[in-house]
Design a protein around this ligand. Sequence first.
Ligand code: GLY
Length: 315
Amino acid sequence: MPEAVIIGSERSEAGLPTGMEVLARGGSALDAVEAAMRCCEDNLADHYVGTGGLPNAQGEVELDASVMLGSNRRFGSVGALRGYPNPISVARAVLEGLPQHCMLVGEGAALFAKENGFRRAELLTNEAKTLWREQLRASGESVEGENTAALDGDALYRRTALDLVRRLAPHEGPWGTINIIALDSSGELCVGVSTSGYPFKYPGRVGDSAVPGAGNWCDLRAGGAACTGRGELSMRGGTARTIVDLLAAGADPAEACRSALAEAATLPDDFRAELRALALTPDGRHGGAAGQQGSTYAVMTEHSPELRMHPRAVL
Ligand code: GLY
């Protein structure tokens, strides 16, 4: 029987202890990932996931999330979901309750959440709204229907968010999407990803967190992997799937992540380009990689349950 393990990207510390509690009492990897991720989604201090996440160019919070199981490669995801604070649970409901589909987006995802009894909530906190307004002001644009009132769609995006995201430097301290990967005592692996996506993104933009093979992949024959950072790169690179393919070919988890990120880094991209990745194997080995020095990931195991931070390999 394998030792239960749960790992997560920066800021998953808000949820991993809850996930470990689930695993320690014999719960499933899927239950652990969902429980851990919900804590992160409900962490108002975190501006990259759930309630409090940074909004799109028009000031609306749109969330992406996914879960994938290793034993049968079942996948559930939601993209550009508005008004529901725990997209990881809606993604799980897609996986379990809508077997004819894997992914729902936009109004359809919200309809599905409503039909399944999920609680609606305001996702844009005052703090996130202030950040959005300050960033738009810093970009020389007005907000909330002033000069931008006559603009819509692509024009509004190009006048505000496109320039803004080009000029945004990586933030101080940990930032980005949250990845959580769990191995339970029955040997099942589950990967979960949740995000409010690229800050000030074009409305309707769905990132790699919802896309199988890009931000999330899990195959019990080799391992599970997930990405944070610029999702357009991991979608173009098929990065999470590439990591698992490298694990299957015998690479250790850190090297698999590093190689897949190095491949994605060869793609031409004018915008903030850093990607980070994590991987966990069915025998409990784990590793991560990043484009920046000093990046870490968090690990808890059943027999050594204090949360430990591990360095990621650097490209
Ligand atoms: N990796 C998250 C995103 O690009 O939305």
